[in-house]
Design a protein around this ligand. Structure first.
Ligand SMILES: [Fe+2]
Length: 530
């Protein structure tokens, strides 16, 4: 039994995971510790992660029995820096880290296909791994330069629609729902990517894929002259992506018909509508998407690979929750409240009062326990609002100074999830808010703030009492008053920031009126009246 440090570095999403005797002890992500989206600096070193591991767990790299690292390039900067630990360090390929991270945290028994897709990593755009009862075999890799990257097309589209690539792809997914079919756009995109019947995606013209994309498809002048044509382009990109994945997964299933479960990882599967499409294809009995599907997932995945090699992790397990980051003490809060006493006041926290505030329509920040691992706020660093007002999307965007196009997501008590959403399968992955489902007709008008007004879908987080007790209690208290067993949940951060990790970041949101109340383990905090 061993101590393993898993490091994701020299890509975007630098992170460090620690496994102790096969258990996930903690995972820190550099962007949250720095308060800066990692897509702005792909070479963030993991210094702050190491600092927190020392501070919160009294462990250092020198204590590790094994150090795994997954990187973007073959020979990474971190491998050179870790030469001092020669003999302990092990490089795990990018897509093996993605696929094994997903498989071993899925809890899936029996035969499982684990598939990854992203822009690129270690000269590859994706892998297919056959898994069964803790053993695995890599059967395919999509090698650069002859293969096309669907995720790359999404990044390019995001950029040319005027948003930030590797960050705002979700806005393109949201925009797609408002578009319609355009033969011109469809043909352009098909020229950039098609499925080639050999488990590879190919570009019709791979030599100049990005040149082509940038000059012919995304020519800014005239092409996106109005909102409709932008939405039509996004619609066609989503359509081609779904068509490609359908052909690819159908081919894969035909080759391995006894594999009825599917794990997905890599940035492409941040696309919650694509995940819903795959779930609804009928090819697999269950799908699971890694909670940290982008490159911060590599930290855990590479560590799990080593843990499997040495016998610390022999079978897939279920991540109980994603609360694996930094925790702040009552003393931290006391100190920040004292510093800000001119601006804010507080009272003791009671769940009943939090339920009342939500029911009264206030925008409530929740900062409890450890920061979430991955891109979704799951109740520890969340903003919570009642889901019953149609106008909430506009009001929240205005209040939070955001430009969300996708509807806000609901967090629902597990006991009521099937009553409200049409969840035929893949319920486990919805604990991490990585997939959409249809909303049942009778609920559409009751919870308009969390349902897509175009197609009636929602992206629920299913909240279990055992795995997420604080959030379960907050939603339960709101239900006692309102009869509604769900709340709107969006991440606790300002526009352009990662999920907030520090008390001083969230106190600012109270002071600038982005939120009305802030809830911690001990306090309900509010802005002083002038
Ligand atoms: Fe990746």
């Amino acid at each position: 039994m061993s101590l393993i440090f898993g490091i994701s570095y020299s890509s975007h999403d630098t992170a460090v995971a620690v496994l102790k005797d096969g258990e996930v002890l903690c995972i820190y992500e550099e962007e949250k510790l720095r308060g800066v989206k990692s897509c702005y600096d792909v070479y963030m070193s993991p210094d702050n992660c190491f600092d927190r591991i020392k501070k919160e767990h009294n462990l250092e790299l020198k204590d590790a029995d094994y150090i795994s690292f997954a990187s973007f390039y073959k020979k990474s900067i971190v491998s050179e820096n870790l030469d001092v630990f020669a003999g302990k360090t092990h490089e795990v390929s990018h897509h093996l880290s993605h696929t094994l991270g997903a498989y071993f945290t899925s809890g899936m028994d029996g035969k499982v296909l684990s598939v990854s897709h992203d822009g690129k990593g270690n000269r590859s755009r994706g892998k297919v791994v056959l898994c069964e009862n803790g053993e695995y075999e890599v059967i395919h890799s999509q090698y650069i330069p002859t293969t096309a990257s669907i995720a790359g097309l999404w990044a390019a589209t995001t950029y040319y629609l005027g948003w930030r690539q590797l960050k705002d792809e979700g806005k393109v997914v949201g925009l797609a729902a408002h578009g319609k079919f355009s033969q011109r756009f469809y043909d352009h995109i098909k020229n950039c990517v098609y499925y080639d019947k050999d488990l590879n995606f190919k570009p019709a013209n791979f030599e100049s894929l990005f040149h082509y994309v940038c000059t012919n498809v995304y020519k800014p002048e005239g092409v996106f002259e109005n909102k409709e044509t932008r939405a039509d382009f996004a619609y066609c990109l989503q359509l081609v992506t779904e068509e490609c994945m359908k052909e690819y997964l159908t081919d894969l299933k035909n080759r391995y018909p006894s594999y009825n479960k599917l794990c997905l990882s890599g940035g492409l599967f941040a696309n919650v509508k694509l995940n819903m499409f795959i779930n609804d294809l009928g090819l697999f009995d269950e799908i699971y998407i890694h909670p940290a599907m982008s490159d911060s997932g590599l930290a855990l995945g590479s560590a799990i690979k080593i843990a499997n090699d040495i016998g610390d992790v022999t079978k897939p397990f279920r991540l109980k929750n994603a609360f694996l980051g930094e925790k702040h003490s009552k003393e931290d809060w006391d100190s920040i409240l004292k510093e800000n006493s001119q601006n804010v006041s507080y009272e003791p926290m009671t769940y009943n009062k939090v339920g009342e505030l939500i029911d009264k329509g206030f925008v409530v920040g929740v900062f409890i326990g450890r920061t979430e691992y991955g891109p979704r706020a799951l109740g520890n660093r969340s903003i919570v609002v009642k889901p019953t007002d149609k106008d909430t999307h506009r009001r929240l965007n205005e209040k939070l100074r955001r430009t969300e196009i996708m509807p806000f997501a609901p967090s629902v008590l597990a006991e009521y999830s099937d009553e409200i959403f049409d969840i035929k399968k893949s319920k486990h992955t919805a604990e991490f808010m990585t997939i959409c489902f249809d909303t049942k007709k009778e609920w559409l008008d009751r919870i308009p703030a969390v349902v897509h007004d175009v197609d009636g879908t929602a992206r629920p987080q299913i909240v279990y009492k055992d795995n997420n007790p604080n959030f379960h209690k907050i939603i339960s208290e709101y239900k006692k008053i309102s009869g509604i067993p769900l709340v709107l949940n969006t991440s606790l951060n300002a526009h352009g920031e990662p999920i907030n990790n520090y008390p001083h970041q969230v106190i600012k949101h109270l002071i600038d009126d982005s939120i009305d109340y802030l809830v911690t383990e001990n306090y309900i905090i509010y802005k002083n009246k002038k």
